[in-house]
Design a protein around this ligand. Structure first.
Ligand code: CS2
Length: 496
C-alpha cells in the first residue's frame, strides 16, 4: 500500500512538484464553493493558490461542497484537502499540489453544515460549478423550474435543501437574520450571463420564501458574470497512476488533469472583497458577457459539434476526432463562417482568427484524452447557449447555417442511443426520457422534412425557434445525409 498524500508528505515530494508556498496552517475559510468537481479543482482552486502564493491575505481558504456524491470528500479528507493538478500537452507535463481547499462537505449528509458555512460571517464569496443542469432552469427561457421535484422539496425544507439554489437562498435567509456582511454569489458555469442568470433564479426562489428576503438579496448581494475556460477531462485510473508516479509513489485519490491553457474574465463587482486572482491569470473586467459569448459559441459550440459527430463516427476522444482532416476543416469553417461573425461586433480589436487557431490547437492536445461522450452529456442544457443563439441570429440576418445545422442533426441522431457501428450508449441528459420519446416520434415519420419539424418543436431546447423560417429544410437535408451516408462521408462532401 503506497503512502497517501497529506501535509506531512509535502516536504519530501520530488523537487519538480510545485507545492503551496503559503502557510496552510494560517489559512482560514472565506470562500464556499458548491460543486467541487475536477473543473473547480483545476481552475478556481489553482488560481486561488497562485493568489495566496503571491501574498494574498490568509482568509480566502475554500470550503468545497459536493451536492450529490461523497467521492471528492472521501478522496480529499484523508489528504487534508491536498491534491495534485497535472497540466499536460504535447510539450510535456507539470505537476503541482494545490493547498486552497480546507474541507469538503457532502450536502446530503450534512445540509446544516453547508447552510452554516453559507451563513457564516467569515464567508464572503459563494462560488458555483454545478453544471448547466444544476441551475434547474428551463434551458430555452432560463426560468426556474418550479415544477422540478428538488425545487418543490427545497421550498418546503429550509433546513435540508437539495439544490444549489435552495442552499443559497436558505443560507442567505440565515445570513440576513444574523446580520452577516453582504455576500458575492459567483457562477463559474458555462451559461450565458452566468451571474445574471443565477441572480434571476435566486430572486425567483427567494420571492417564494419572502419578498423581504428577495429585496435584501437585491440590495446586498452581488452576482458578477464571468467567463471561465480550461479543458478538464474527467479523471480516470491512468491519471491517478501517473500522478502517483509524479509524486514519487505517494498516492493521491483526488488528482486532476487539465490542459495548460487557462482563462477567467470576471466582473469586478464583489460585495465584501475578493482575492487578487490576477496572480493566477484572472482578468477583472467591466463586462464579462462578450467574453462569455465568445467562449460559449466558439469553444463550447465547437466542442459539442465535435462530440456528437465524434460519438456517431466512433472517434472517441476530441484529439482523435480533430485528427480527421475532414472534421478539422468542418470545425474551422463552422467557426470562421458561421459562429465568429456573430461575436465580432462586441469584441472590437480582438483577434478572432488567432483565437480560432488556438482553439483547434487546444482540441488537438494529444495528452488529455478528453472523451467525446463526456462532452455529449446534457445536450438539452447546453445547445441553446452553444448553438441556438447563433442559429437564431443567423436566421434573422438571412445568413447561411449549414454547418450549425449539421451539428444539430448529429445531436438529433445522438438521441437514438447508438452510434453508426450500432454500439449503444445511455442517453445522459436530465431530459433523457422526453428526448427518447421525441426521437421515437420523429423516426415514426416517413420523411426527413417531417422528422426535422418534430425535432424543432421540442420547446425546452428550441423555444421560439419552433416557428423559425429556414431551419426545418436544412435540418432535414442534414438528417438525411447523416442517415444515408454517415458522418465521415458527409463531412468529406461538406468540406471539398
Ligand atoms: C465542455 C466544457 O464538457 C463540456 O461540455 O465543452 O466542459 C469545456 O471543456 C470547458 O468549458 C472548457 O473551458
Amino acid at each position: 500500500m503506497s503512502e497517501r498524500l497529506d501535509s506531512s508528505r509535502l516536504a519530501s515530494l520530488p523537487a519538480a512538484v510545485r507545492r503551496p508556498a503559503f502557510d496552510r496552517v494560517a489559512l482560514k475559510r472565506g470562500i464556499v464553493h458548491l460543486g467541487l468537481g475536477a473543473f473547480a479543482r483545476a481552475h478556481l482552486a489553482a488560481i486561488n493558490d497562485d493568489a495566496l502564493d503571491a501574498g494574498e491575505a490568509m482568509d480566502w481558504g475554500i470550503t468545497g461542497v459536493s451536492l450529490r456524491h461523497a467521492d471528492v470528500r472521501d478522496a480529499l479528507e484523508p489528504q487534508q484537502g491536498l491534491y495534485a493538478l497535472t497540466l499536460r500537452d504535447a510539450a510535456g507535463t507539470r505537476v503541482r499540489v494545490i493547498g486552497s481547499v480546507l474541507e469538503v462537505l457532502v450536502a446530503p449528509e450534512e445540509p446544516g453544515a453547508v447552510l452554516e458555512r453559507i451563513a457564516s460571517a467569515a464567508t464572503r464569496i459563494v462560488s458555483l460549478t454545478v453544471t448547466e443542469k444544476g441551475y434547474y432552469h428551463d434551458p430555452a427561457t432560463r426560468a426556474l423550474r418550479f415544477d422540478h421535484p428538488d425545487i418543490v422539496h427545497d421550498l418546503s425544507h429550509p433546513e435540508a435543501p437539495r439544490s444549489a439554489i435552495g442552499f443559497l437562498v436558505h443560507g442567505l435567509a440565515r445570513r440576513r437574520a444574523d446580520g452577516a456582511p453582504p455576500l458575492t454569489l459567483l457562477s463559474l458555469d458555462n451559461l450565458p450571463a452566468n451571474g445574471d442568470t443565477l441572480h434571476g433564479l435566486v430572486i425567483a426562489f427567494a420571492e417564494r420564501v419572502s419578498s423581504g428576503l428577495a429585496r435584501w438579496i437585491e440590495r446586498d448581494c452581488r452576482f458578477p458574470n464571468s467567463m471561465v475556460d480550461r479543458i478538464v477531462p474527467r479523471t480516470v485510473a491512468a491519471d491517478l497512476a501517473q500522478a502517483e508516479a509524479a509524486l514519487g509513489g505517494v498516492h493521491d485519490a483526488g488528482a486532476v488533469v487539465a490542459e495548460p491553457f487557462l482563462a477567467w474574465a470576471v466582473e469586478d463587482r464583489f460585495a465584501s472583497g475578493r482575492p487578487d486572482w490576477r496572480a493566477g491569470g484572472a482578468q477583472f473586467v467591466a463586462r464579462a458577457e462578450p467574453f462569455e459569448k465568445l467562449k460559449l459559441r466558439l469553444l463550447n459550440g465547437a466542442h459539442s459539434a465535435i462530440a456528437y459527430l465524434g460519438v456517431q463516427a466512433g472517434w472517441d476522444t476530441v484529439d482523435r476526432a480533430v485528427a480527421q482532416p475532414a472534421l478539422a476543416r468542418f470545425i474551422d469553417a463552422l467557426l470562421r463562417d458561421e459562429v465568429a461573425p456573430t461575436v465580432a461586433a462586441e469584441l472590437p480589436g480582438f483577434d478572432l482568427a488567432a483565437y480560432r487557431a488556438q482553439l483547434l490547437q487546444r482540441f488537438a492536445n494529444p495528452a488529455l484524452a478528453h472523451r467525446c461522450a463526456q462532452i455529449a452529456m446534457d445536450g438539452s442544457q447546453k445547445l441553446p447557449q452553444r448553438w441556438l443563439g447563433t442559429v437564431r441570429e443567423r436566421l434573422a440576418a438571412g445568413a447561411p447555417i449549414e454547418h450549425l445545422v449539421l451539428a444539430l442533426a448529429a445531436w438529433c441522431t445522438h438521441l437514438r442511443g447508438h452510434d453508426e457501428a450500432g454500439r449503444s450508449y445511455p442517453l445522459d441528459d436530465p431530459l433523457a426520457a422526453p428526448l427518447a420519446a421525441l426521437q421515437a416520434a420523429a423516426m415514426a415519420r416517413p420523411t426527413a422534412q417531417e422528422r426535422a419539424a418534430i425535432f424543432v418543436r421540442f420547446a425546452p431546447v428550441f423555444g421560439d425557434l419552433a416557428d423559425a423560417q429556414g431551419l426545418v429544410a436544412p435540418l432535414a437535408r442534414a438528417l438525411d445525409a447523416l442517415a444515408s451516408q454517415g458522418v465521415a462521408a458527409t463531412l468529406e462532401k461538406f468540406t471539398q
